[in-house]
Design a protein around this ligand. Structure first.
Ligand SMILES: Cc1cc2nc3c(=O)[nH]c(=O)nc-3n(C[C@H](O)[C@H](O)[C@H](O)COP(=O)(O)OP(=O)(O)OC[C@H]3O[C@@H](n4cnc5c(N)ncnc54)[C@H](O)[C@@H]3O)c2cc1C
Length: 139
């Protein structure tokens, strides 16, 4: 983790959009950065092209390294006796009412009282939901 982030814009109106988005995060303690003029941007980062018309220094931005994070998660899960199976293609099986009944994968079938599906944008598909359905509804 560490560092801040300097966002660069060829069109200042795009910076205004980001300022608006960050405004919504003020509630969580995020500060909304000031819009930087091109010369202010270049004083922070001299290598920036002349085409850059505006910038935002987002001091509270932080980064995690995905591989370190994933490794730590796997270690933590392993300590709790959780089995992780990588590289499997999970296929949902729905009951007659379209409710998720069990999951199939290439190592067998998994049945459970409840499933936590964390498949990103594919989660709805995996849960047998159509686009309009609430992913947080009970299935
Ligand atoms: C171009 C880009 C840049 C981004 N940059 C940032 C950034 O700078 N900072 C930030 O915070 N966020 C960023 N994001 C957003 C961030 O990547 C997502 O919010 C985050 O990855 C969501 O995590 P997730 O675990 O919910 O889903 P995912 O990371 O999408 O993981 C879902 C997993 O489920 C697997 N899966 C799906 N279907 C199945 C199936 N049937 N069987 C088996 N496996 C399946 C997929 O292969 C995938 O590995 C970015 C996203 C994109 C696209």
């Amino acid at each position: 983790m560490g560092g801040s982030s300097l966002a660069l814009f060829l069109d200042p109106s795009n910076a205004a959009h980001l300022i608006q988005d960050l405004g919504a995060l003020q509630h969580f303690g995020y500060q909304v950065p000031e819009l930087l003029e091109p010369d202010e941007v270049r004083s922070l980062e001299p290598a920036v092209s002349d085409r850059v018309a505006a910038g935002l220094l987002i001091e509270q931005e932080r980064h995690v390294r995905p591989e370190t994070l994933t490794e730590a998660l796997l270690t933590g899960l392993g300590k709790q006796g959780v089995q992780v199976r990588a590289g499997v293609d999970v296929v949902p099986r729905l009951d007659g009412k379209g409710r998720l009944e069990c999951l199939d994968w290439n190592i067998g079938r998994v049945e459970a009282d409840a499933f936590l599906i964390a498949a990103g944008v594919w989660s709805k598909k995996l849960a047998g939901l159509n686009e309009e359905e609430d992913p947080f509804g009970s299935r």
